[in-house]
Write a protein that binds this ligand. Structure first.
Ligand SMILES: [Zn+2]
Ligand SMILES: [Zn+2]
Length: 310
């Protein structure tokens, strides 16, 4: 899929598809949807008396309330829902240790609270300090799998990093937490918006040590490798092992990504195998080669073949 045209936002200067600049009523706008939503939240924080509208909750009640909502919306056993997302707003009453924290740490902990309740990961995007110096700090966290965070690989970037990123499945979820902390009232306004409840991220990344082990056991099946590793790495999943194994085995044997026969031919040449029949260009493709086994057999007078078919 290629986008037809992109447009630059006059506020954040990022380029997005033109549909990011269309208002709900279909008008063309200069700022992107992200910037407009952020502006709207700042406006709400300052101009509406949220306290009259939103429920004020303590830490554990926020967690429980959001979790209950996710359970309600989730349409399968994994609490996913491809059609419906979640909209959740409340006011958190700060208590105890939280009162001693700096706003940025408070925002981190609130994002963690949301993560614990809904099972997603959120990544800090930016913050805004009210110019009126009224002690209101606003922080934005994006869902780690949202399309907006997808970066194009930079040139000369570490290949492993690129591959790591290929395993992050992205969604058009617009997952965003807006956290507004009022350091005078010690109330935190939380707005969570997630357009769909997509598949949740793997909780733990695969460490380099584990990757090395997978490489070491490359000739075993992913299932056996997983059995070898699972005891010492309780967070590892079979799916992760399979993904990395497939990745390494490709590096080991694939020489041409687009043409299987060409790839096989290159590999055979590399291994100094004798190719006896080859056509990788024409209509009918074929590739024949001799294995070292052939030399052993060539002096035999008699060959017995026992074929077992299932
Ligand atoms: Zn923008
Ligand atoms: Zn998301």
């Amino acid at each position: 899929m290629t986008s037809i045209s992109k447009k630059q936002c006059s506020k954040c200067y990022q380029h997005f598809d033109t549909n990011f600049f269309t208002s709900k009523t279909g008008r063309d706008l200069k700022t992107c949807i992200n910037c407009r939503e952020q502006a709207a939240t700042v406006y709400r924080t300052h101009h509406l008396n949220d306290k009259d509208q939103l429920e004020q909750l303590y830490w554990n009640d926020v967690k429980k309330k959001l979790y209950d909502k996710i359970v309600e919306i989730g349409s399968n056993e994994y609490l996913e829902n491809k059609e419906n997302g979640v909209l959740f707003s409340c006011i958190l009453i700060m208590e105890n240790e939280l009162l001693k924290e700096e706003p940025c740490n408070i925002s981190k902990q609130v994002a963690k609270l949301v993560e614990q309740a809904d099972g997603y990961y959120y990544i800090y995007k930016e913050h805004y300090l009210s110019k009126k110096s009224d002690g209101i700090y606003t922080y934005w966290y994006y869902c780690s799998q949202c399309q907006q965070l997808a970066k194009k690989p930079r040139k000369n970037e570490d290949l492993n990093k690129q591959r790591d990123r290929e395993y992050i499945k992205r969604f058009d979820c617009n997952g965003l937490i807006t956290i507004s902390i009022n350091m005078n009232t010690f109330l935190v306004t939380i707005h969570l918006k997630h357009d769909i409840l997509h598949k949740r991220p793997e909780r733990y990344a695969v460490s380099d040590t584990i990757k090395e082990k997978i490489k070491q056991y490359i000739n075993f099946t992913p299932k056996d490798i997983f059995r070898q590793l699972e005891q010492e790495n309780p967070d590892l999943t079979q799916k992760q092992v399979h993904a990395w194994w497939a990745n390494f085995i490709k590096q080991e044997y694939i020489r041409d990504k687009n043409n299987q026969l060409k790839s096989a031919k290159l590999l055979l040449e590399e291994y100094n195998y004798e190719i006896i029949l080859v056509n990788i260009e024409g209509e009918i493709n074929y590739l024949g080669f001799i294995t070292p086994f052939f030399e052993l057999l060539s002096t035999n007078k008699e060959i017995v073949v026992d074929a077992t078919c299932k």
